[in-house]
Every structure is written in C-alpha cells, then in structure tokens.
Ligand binder design. Structure first.
Ligand SMILES: [Zn+2]
Ligand SMILES: [Zn+2]
Length: 616
C-alpha cells in the first residue's frame, strides 16, 4: 500500500468511528457491531432495537457527523487488559463488542475467523495469547479498535452516507439482524463528486434497464430466475461477439467440436467435479434410475474427444473450440440481471499440448484477448497467479514442473508487458498457474474477464498422453482459455461500457431507414435500399409508419441506432442520402449527401473492421 492509500484507509476508518458517535448521540441506546473499511468507503453495523433507519435519517446523521468533524476531536489510543475490556463492554452495554472480546479470550486468537478479513480491523489481533486490547477515544466516544486513524476528526476528507441495509450479526442467519449504514469517502470533495457522478452514470447505464429499453433479453416467470431469454436483437449481439472470438480462434488453428449438455455421473466423479460442484450441479435421474447431470463446464467432455484416439506428439497441440451453455444452480438471491445467471454461455476452448509448448500457446491466446478488448476500447491489466513454494503440499505435481511452467508464463508476461503486472504468489489453483486479465470499462470500473488457466489435473485424472519421439507415453497439459468468459456476463459489462451506444459491428440495428411520407415511390425506394443493405449483411429496418419524420428520428435515437437515413422525394430523385450519424460516432467535418451504394459500402466496411467511429 502506498502512503496515499494508507491515508485514505485511515480516513475511511476514522469516519466509521465518527458515524458511530453520531448515531450514539442521536440514539443513545445504540449497540455497535463492527465498522470496517470497504471499497470506496466504510460501514458500521448497528443495532437500534425497534428503530428502523432509512435514507431519510441520513441528513440528520450526516449533520451530526459534520459537527463532530468540526469539533476536531483527537483520536487517542489506550490499552486495557482483556478482562477489564470485557467489563468495559458491560458497563457501556455493548453486547456485540463483548462477544468479540469473549471469543478473543477463549480462542486466544483473532476473534473473528468467520468475519471478513477487512472486519478484523476493529479488534486487536493476537498471535497466540491476547492479554490486552487497544481502544481509541474521540470526544466522549470510545471504541474497541486497533487503528490506525487520522490524528483528529477534522482530517477525514469528504464523505456521504449512501444506503442502509439489513445484515445479520457476523453474517449468520440465526444471529440478530443489525442495520448496516454504508458511506463513501474520498480525500477531497472533487473526488467524492466524481465518484457520485460515476454512480449516477452507472445507474443510467444499468444493463437491465438498457436491455429492456433496447429489447435485448428478457426473463419469464414461467422459465425461471437466472435463465435469460435472448430476443432477436440480443441474439445478434451474442453472435457478433462470439463471431469475433471464433474468427480469431479459427485463425489460430482451433477446431470446432460439439458435446451434449448432460453426462453420466461417472464423468464428473472421475474429474472431481461431482464433489466440487456439489450444490451447484443440476442433477437428473433417468427413468432407469441412473444419475446424470447438466454440465457445469465443458472440459471433462472435451477430454473424452482427445482420449478417443492415441495421439502422437506430431498431432499436438490439439485445440478445441465450442461456444455452448453450461448450467449452475446459483441461489436465487444471488442472481442479478445477466451478471449472475444459471445458464451461462461459454466461448470455451481447450488446448492439449506438451509442456514445452505452453508459452507459444499462451501467447496465441493472449493475442486474441488483446485484440478482443482493444477493439472494445478497454484497457487490460494482468495478474500472474503462481503457487506458493512454502505450501508445496497444497498443489499437485512436482515442484520442478511448477517452476518450469511458471517460468514460461513469466517470460511471456515480461515480453508482453515488462514489469507491468501483478504477481500473485499462492493465487494459483491447486492444479496449475494462470494468467488473469482485468478490463477497465468506460466508467473506470475493473472487471475480471479472460483467463489462461493451466491444468495438470484433468490430464492426470483422465490419463491423457501423447506418444513422444521415443515412443513413450508422455503426460500432456491442458489449457482452459476463455476470451469473453461468458457471453451473459460479458454482455452485461459491454452494455454498460457503451451505455447501449454500440459500435456498428455490435449494434443490433445498424441502419434505420425512415420515410418522409407514405408515397409509393418513397416507400419502394426505402424498401429497395433496405434489401440492398441486407444483401451486404447489414442489419437494417424500415420505418414507414404514418408518423412525423421528427418522431421517427427520435425513436431511432432511443434505440441508439448508429445511422438513420430519411428518404423523401429528393433522395428518390438524386439517389443520394444524408445519413444522421449517432453523436458519439461522429467525426466532425464538412459533409455532402452521398450515393446510396457508397453509404452502404462504408457502413459494411465499418462493421467488418469493427471500428467505433464513423468513416463517413
Ligand atoms: Zn478504529
Ligand atoms: Zn475448461
């Protein structure tokens, strides 16, 4: 952590104390849980008995907080022996704090194994035996805490309370429900303003909202939660995205395969997924009493295609690609729009190769990932997740293999991005290291997107080999590589990234042709133009409703269509059009009406080359 993030952390943490004191001044009977720092801010869990907080209480709480900030109370540290500390919680009627301390006394180690790491910030952490705990006092408020804080309440930067929600004490359903008051905080007013503006913008771009407005996908109560239904417009976008990925995969020698969506239990018992996906598996019982499951992933099926022949080292790498749905029984409460669904379309691919081929194969995948996200205008950040040599037992295979493989990935990373990547020791899966790619969207939010995951386990479990130069069976390695990860999640990100204003190659509707009136010649001309456009592979609709042209143009704008062309008498006569270009695509310059054919060619060319600006 840099000094600046340390400072911001202390500010946010100090604000949690200020929030607690403010609540205590207004509701003296308040009982406090934990008050950790979270991303962009802080929260405090509070028990107010029958008093239910709402956002309407925020001005009152915030005003009190500002008062405390103005009082500029110093944060003063003190320590108490554990037994005295427990007495203190009794005197102050703080049962939750008492529970934390009792755990500390009993376990002799950090209280809150079952709390988030973050939340441990509220208590002194002991290694083996805890004798005393630290307290911080500001004004007449004392809280159990290990700090650190800013020097005084006047030095906390800018904040705003955002929401209040229910939270079970220590996250357990049979515990009392508390109220979690959540606030955001930044070092300056400007940064806070910028963040709040970003939140507003994110709300306006919510993919669930845009998905409905632009008719991209829908859900049905009869079909069930987490099972999106793709409309024709949304399907166009799925095909455009997947088409891009498959085009690149073909270029790199991936061959298409196809597998059933169900399998016997045996396959997953052998792969280990029967146990791993236990609760998430959709199970099927056949009429003959056999157990089957919907596939939660595709790799085990793909291994059986590889294993159907004896493979020579000369055949390798063998690369399979398949875009197909997998099914995971997520809990209903965790489902949300397209971000988390039960039917997940993976642009899946598996490479079966020899160990020394890993680097060259990973490079190819990296290249596809780069082309994909650069085209979308997203910057990528890389994390290389390697094993922890101190905990070698937690990983399968021998340490030498791990080192060799990780060195290949490290070399590759350094050739590609120099030192500009995160190195996650101990972040590897037990079955292999991986490269993770994080993409930054137009609002500055980061999303984990693509991965290049090495797998030593499934080749072992399914006994996948090739016959090498010496005629021996040689164990091979498998690489899982998704570019989008899943089309559902990817589209949720892409819809919000563009706010629905998709570049031509992705737009469900690329051209709208609006007629000035319903004269035969005009309608015929519009329809002929649409026919030509379709023949060139363009997505076009004709609006010849009995409406004003102004209304037609506004409707096209609502649907965020890149090009709108009005056809009237003049266009019929000159065979030239003057297309309206969606604002974000427009490159300002002098423009003349152009021939219809030239117009269509230009749009088709933009779609093919996947550019985001108009070339007109
Ligand atoms: Zn504190
Ligand atoms: Zn896989």
């Amino acid at each position: 952590m840099t000094e600046k993030t340390d400072q911001l952390h202390a500010m946010r943490h100090s604000l949690a104390h200020i929030l607690a004191l403010s609540v205590k001044r207004i509701w003296p009977h308040a009982k406090f849980g934990v008050g950790p720092v979270v991303e962009n801010g802080f929260y405090y869990d509070i028990d107010l008995g029958d008093t239910k907080l709402s956002e309407e209480d925020f001005p009152k709480i915030e005003a009190e907080m500002r008062k405390i900030i103005k009082e500029d109370q110093p944060f003063e540290k003190s320590t108490k022996p554990l037994n005295e500390a427990i007495k203190w919680t009794e005197a102050w009627e703080q049962p939750y704090k008492k529970e934390l301390l009792n755990d500390l006394a009993r376990a002799g180690t950090t209280v809150a194994k079952d709390l988030d790491k973050n939340e441990l910030g509220t208590i002194t952490e002991g290694d083996s035996k805890v004798d005393s705990v630290s307290f911080y006092t500001n004004g007449d408020f004392t809280d159990l805490c290990r700090g650190p804080h800013v020097a005084s309440t006047g030095k906390v930067g800018a904040f705003k309370l955002l929401r209040v929600s229910g939270a079970y004490w220590r996250g357990k359903e049979d515990n009392p429900q508390m109220q979690r008051v959540y606030g955001v905080a930044f070092a300056s007013e400007q940064e806070l303003e910028a963040y709040l503006k970003m939140l507003e913008e994110a709300k306006a771009r919510d993919h669930r909202k845009i998905g409905q407005e632009m008719d991209l996908f829908t859900f049905s109560d009869l079909v069930g939660p987490g099972l999106p239904l793709w409309t024709p417009r949304g399907t166009v976008m799925r095909e455009a995205l997947d088409g891009f990925v498959q085009e690149m995969r073909k270029e790199y020698g991936y061959e298409a395969v196809a597998i059933p969506h169900i399998t016997k239990k045996d396959l997953y018992e052998k792969s280990g997924h029967w146990a791993k996906f236990a609760d998430e598996l959709f199970r099927i019982k056949t009429r003959e009493g056999h157990e089957f499951a919907m596939k939660p992933m595709n790799c085990p099926h793909h291994t059986q295609i590889y294993a159907s022949h004896q493979r020579s080292y000369r055949d390798l790498p063998i690369r399979y690609r398949e875009t197909t749905m997998v099914y995971r029984d997520e809990q209903t409460g965790e489902l949300g729009g397209l971000s988390r669904v039960r039917s997940i379309t993976q642009d899946d691919a598996h490479v079966f190769c020899r160990y020394p081929q890993i680097k060259q194969e990973a490079l190819k995948i990296w290249d596809m990932i780069e082309r994909f996200y650069t085209t979308l205008g997203m910057d990528l950040r890389l994390r290389l997740s390697v094993h922890d040599p101190e905990a070698q037992d937690a990983y399968m295979g021998d340490p030498k293999t791990w080192d060799k493989v990780e060195n290949q990935l490290k070399e590759l990373a350094e050739e590609k991005v120099g030192k500009d990547y995160e190195y996650g020791v101990g972040e590897a899966a037990f079955y292999g290291p991986k490269l993770d790619f994080m993409a930054k969207d137009a609002l500055g939010r980061e999303h984990q997107v693509a991965t290049i995951q090495l797998d030593f386990n499934q080749p072992e479990g399914f006994d996948l080999t090739c016959v090498n130069e010496k005629g021996e069976h040689e164990r091979i390695v498998m690489i899982h590589c998704a570019i989008t990860g899943s089309l559902e999640r990817s589209l949720s990100i892409i819809i919000e990234h563009y706010g629905g204003k998709f570049p031509v190659w992705l737009a469900p509707e690329q051209i709208r042709i609006a007629t000035l009136n319903q004269e035969d010649a005009i309608v015929a001309f519009a329809e002929n133009l649409a026919k030509q456009a379709k023949e060139m592979g363009l997505r076009v609709t004709v609006d010849n409703a009995q409406e004003s042209v102004g209304k037609k143009i506004r409707e096209a704008e609502v649907m965020k269509v890149p090009y709108t062309v009005v056809i009237g008498g003049k266009e019929v006569e000159t065979k030239e059009v003057n297309p309206r270009i969606r604002q974000d695509m427009e490159v300002p310059h002098e423009r003349q009406p152009i021939g219809t054919e030239e117009f269509l060619k230009s749009v088709a060319n933009e779609a093919r080359s996947r550019v985001s600006k108009s070339s007109l």
